[in-house]
Design a protein around this ligand. Sequence first.
Ligand code: NDP
Length: 234
Amino acid sequence: MSRSVLVTGGNRGIGLAIARSFAEQGDSVAVTHRGSGAPEGLFGVQCDVTSGADVDAAFTAVEEHQGPVEVLVSNAGITRDGLLMRMGEDAFTDVIDANLTAAYRVAKRASAKMVRARSGRMIFVSSVVGLLGSAGQVNYAASKSGLVGLSRSIARELGGRGITANVVAPGFVRTDMTAELPEKRQQEILGQVPLGRLAEADEIASVVRFLASEQAGYITGAVVPVDGGLGMGH
Ligand code: NDP
């Protein structure tokens, strides 16, 4: 059965792999973008997730196009790395806004229709560093661990209405975000990954798709690592 899926930041990187994965199985998939347009075959809505008005308008457009969102994937995210002692407050709050407050915005906007339908799936894309911590990323790691509390609270609030909320915590994935890392840092990271390689975006997408599937109906409040073993023990 085809469902209405919305993936934030689904115009490229991990979000695009997730969007394509749902589209392949016949779902109606909408993606947000900030001006790049939507990749072929996907319905695009322009939306900056740091704006409540944009989020509201994007959901309205998606609802008109393909019906209420039944599967929400909150994936859009940014980094603004820097050591704590040198990090300006705007670098901290901007990352929290784009990665964590935005997740609250989209989850809240999706929830009313999901509650009415008495079903829904929310999946939040976090990161291994949310639990592991990461030098130079106090803002990013805080935003990503915040998603765990957010998702688990939603799981408790809305579980009785047939809605699940889960977190996927990728390790290092081959995308524009990791391409920015210096070669030396990439080698250091690889040295700590038991599988000895970066993930492909498709390897994150398949887990997200599973969590949205009927087979995963009894999984909620979970944090699923897809990190090649990097975060083991946390
Ligand atoms: P990319 O940098 O390749 O893409 C980021 C996506 O987020 C883009 O679609 C971008 O849109 C969107 N985005 C950023 N800010 C906003 C905003 N304010 N409003 C709307 N959209 C926005 O990142 P990845 O694909 O690598 O990452 C996707 C998610 O996975 C992120 O949450 C990231 O933190 C997480 N992650 C990534 C890992 C990695 O190794 N790559 C590891 C662990 C987690 P636009 O094209 O308009 O800029």
